[in-house]
Design a protein around this ligand. Structure first.
Ligand code: NAP
Length: 287
């Protein structure tokens, strides 16, 4: 299987996909460069040259708050850019795996979202990602897969875990949002699931996160206690739960973004580890 991975040098998922690449998979040389997915001619030419069996799209505009005032660029990457990949995949006969987000959902009713649940994005980022999903569904019904994930972190790149470790090493108290609940996801776990989906040429819609749920506050407390146990943190920090309105952000976050993975687990025959287990694996890499 020849695979083209999109995304740039700083991408956490691209990093984890590259280092978990299974034996027998040939990464196209073009994966090493940053193919600008907003450039339709470049996308078509690169896919035509690389001739991959599968494209995994790890490129995205992920600045959730900035997207509220920079919607043109968010849509250029997450909406139009995905269409360019669909068009190229269709023309050159490739399978396309695309990664999306819990932000396509609205407030929900407090039960985990099924892949078939109604979408209702609360933010520009969420709407741009939903538009990207819709291109896969309409243009590649038999050769496209959307995998929604949430709260992604890795030892590489920028994410909540690394921001928390930095803040916890600098401050003696922190207030962390406790009324938003989701499932922290190690990008390494997501990458391994995507490789299984690529081997199976899975189609349709899937959900993949770490198992279990947490509020951002729970997540921060776990980062703190595991960080201290692994000697990544030595000082004492008082971590307090706060409400979302005490930490206003330009983009509205879903209060509950837990996604049901039952159908994905059955289809991939692969189960995610609990998020606390994966967090420890990731933190060990930082020692
Ligand atoms: N991070 C999360 O918490 C989270 C949550 C839910 C879903 N997701 C989804 O998971 C996927 C992977 O996210 P991630 O965490 O790996 O994001 P990330 O670390 O922010 O990486 C995004 C990558 O996209 C690249 N990129 C941006 N614009 C591009 C363009 N026009 N053409 C080509 N590449 C472009 C960036 O390039 P540079 O390296 O050059 O900047 C970067 O490498 C995305 O689809 C994201 O929407 C992420």
């Amino acid at each position: 299987m020849r695979v083209l991975i999109t995304g740039g040098a700083s991408g956490q998922l691209k990093y984890e996909l590259t280092r978990t690449c299974p034996e027998g998979v040939e990464l196209c040389a073009e994966s090493g460069a940053r193919l600008d997915i907003t450039d339709s001619a470049a996308v078509n030419q690169t896919v035509g040259n690389a001739k991959p069996d599968v494209i995994i799209n790890a490129a995205a505009y992920t600045a959730v708050d900035k997207a509220e005032s920079d919607s043109e660029q968010a849509f250029a990457v997450n909406d139009t850019g995905v269409k360019h990949l669909c068009d190229a995949a269709a023309e050159h006969g490739c399978h396309l795996i695309h990664v999306s987000t819990d932000f396509v959902f609205g407030p929900g009713d407090g039960t985990p979202f099924l892949p078939s649940a109604a979408t209702a994005p609360l933010s520009v980022y969420g709407q741009s990602k939903l538009n990207g999903e819709q291109h896969i569904q309409s243009l590649l019904p038999d050769a496209g897969l959307v995998v929604r994930t949430a709260w992604v972190y890795s030892s590489f790149g920028h994410n909540f875990v690394k921001s928390m470790l930095k803040l916890m090493s600098e401050r003696d108290s922190l207030g962390i949002v406790a009324d938003q609940v989701g499932s922290p996801t190690w990008a390494n776990s997501l990458a391994r699931a995507l490789w299984i989906a690529a081997e199976k040429r899975s189609c349709g819609l899937m959900h993949w996160t770490g198992a279990g749920v947490a509020s951002w506050y729970d997540f921060a407390v776990a980062i703190y206690s595991q960080g201290r146990a692994l000697s990544l943190l030595t000082n004492t920090v008082d971590i307090k739960p706060i409400r979302s309105e005490q930490y206003p952000t330009p983009a509205t976050r879903p209060p509950f973004s837990v996604m049901d993975m039952t159908s994905t687990v059955e289809s991939l025959d692969h189960f995610p580890a609990h998020w606390q287990h994966d967090l420890e694996q990731m933190l060990r890499e930082l020692r």
